[in-house]
Design a protein around this ligand. Structure first.
Ligand code: ATP
Ligand code: MG
Length: 335
């Protein structure tokens, strides 16, 4: 290894749909490294729900709770019952979602290079919805100062790593005065303590501005739902969901997953793009301290995106295994 402690346990959960293709691809990449961690595979998702009575078996959750890091694919119908508890199992308070365009990939906005730092525990994802009558349903949007501050503290530390001076806070505090007002105030308070002066943008205006000129933004700090929607929007700017990795980070553990879902329309054909998941594995390596390995994986993915082979979502006809094999080959020839 090159910085990792060489005795880490990485839990691997392929899940459903193309998770069964892209996670094994990323595992091949991880196994090709001469690193000292152990990879252990567990089950979750729709395909285990029927036989086990739950999409998230207790041993899977327990393994994630104690692993150093987890690589997750996707879950289908059961997504909310799998990924939300797993994010809680690593006490993940931030979802890091880089969205950048790559040379060689046809993108609407090839100049895009952003990272979303998405609040990962509350907002409308707090699970506080209720059906009051057949006609009426409500949902409670939860915002706490503590979660907002924890995100902001992370964002301020992230600036140093990213060699950036500031970030943009995206919110809708003009309409959701109480919840996003508290979010905004908490983030600005923490930033002030760190000598950081954030920019801010209303989330609707952000959606337009990022499409017209993504170079206006670098690091974007936002509440849960805004981060979910706006990062998928950014995926559209850079050439599709097959490219976007993400990291759910907690104080001690991390859970890494592609931004995309199970892609039922292409699952089972061996044609899914493994890049998002392999780039998620690179984020995992960096999290564990294997910085050189992480760089090697990233460079190899970039090189293959630039020269091919490429999967059908990127306009070509290569298979998941062609792409994965070429990435591994480039890693070993990389200087
Ligand atoms: P889910 O409900 O699990 O999110 P979905 O129908 O929303 O499933 P996504 O996985 O979010 O599907 O994918 C949306 C679209 O992007 C689909 O057309 C899918 O084929 C495509 N897509 C997503 N990920 C990939 C990938 N890794 N490679 C190729 N195409 C992908
Ligand atoms: Mg989806």
């Amino acid at each position: 290894g090159n910085g990792g402690t060489d005795d880490e346990t990485i839990v691997v959960i392929p899940g459903d749909g193309i998770g069964q293709e892209v996670v094994p691809a990323a595992v091949e990449v991880l196994e090709s490294l001469d690193a000292g961690f152990d990879l252990v595979t567990y089950e979750a998702g729709d395909h285990v729900a029927a036989e086990r009575g739950t999409p998230l078996p207790a041993e899977t959750r327990a393994a994630v709770e104690t692993a150093d890091a987890t690589l997750f694919g996707a879950a289908g119908e059961s997504a909310a019952d799998v990924i939300l508890p797993l994010r809680r199992a690593v006490d993940s308070f931030v979802n890091v979602r880089p969205a950048r365009a790559y040379p060689g990939v046809d993108a609407l906005r090839p100049e895009t290079d952003l990272v979303f730092l998405r609040e990962n525990t509350e907002g409308v994802y707090a699970g506080l919805g209720r059906r009051l009558t057949d006609d009426v349903a409500t949902g409670t949007r939860l915002t706490t100062r503590s979660a907002s501050e924890r995100l902001a503290e992370f964002a301020c530390r992230y600036l140093a790593d990213a060699a950036a001076d500031s970030f943009t806070v995206v919110h809708k505090a003009n309409v959701m005065g109480e919840t996003d007002g508290l979010f905004r105030e908490s983030v600005f308070d923490v930033a002030a303590d760190h000598g950081v002066e954030p920019d801010e943008a209303l989330m609707d205006a952000f959606a337009t501005r990022v499409c017209l000129d993504p170079t206006q933004f670098d690091i974007v700090v936002c509440p849960n739902l805004a981060g979910d929607v706006l990062s998928d929007l950014a995926a559209g700017l850079v050439g599709g969901l097959g490219l976007l990795p993400s990291a759910n980070l907690g104080p001690e553990r991390g859970l890494f997953e592609p931004v995309h879902g199970t892609a039922p329309d292409i699952a089972g054909q061996g044609l899914s793009n493994p890049s998002a998941t392999i780039l998620s594995a690179a984020m995992l390596l960096e999290f564990l301290g294997y910085d050189e390995d992480a760089r090697a994986v990233r460079r190899a993915v970039e090189s293959v995106l630039e020269s091919g082979p490429r999967t059908p979502d990127l306009g070509s006809d290569a298979t998941t295994s062609d792409v994965t094999a070429t990435i591994i080959e480039r890693m070993s020839t990389d200087e």
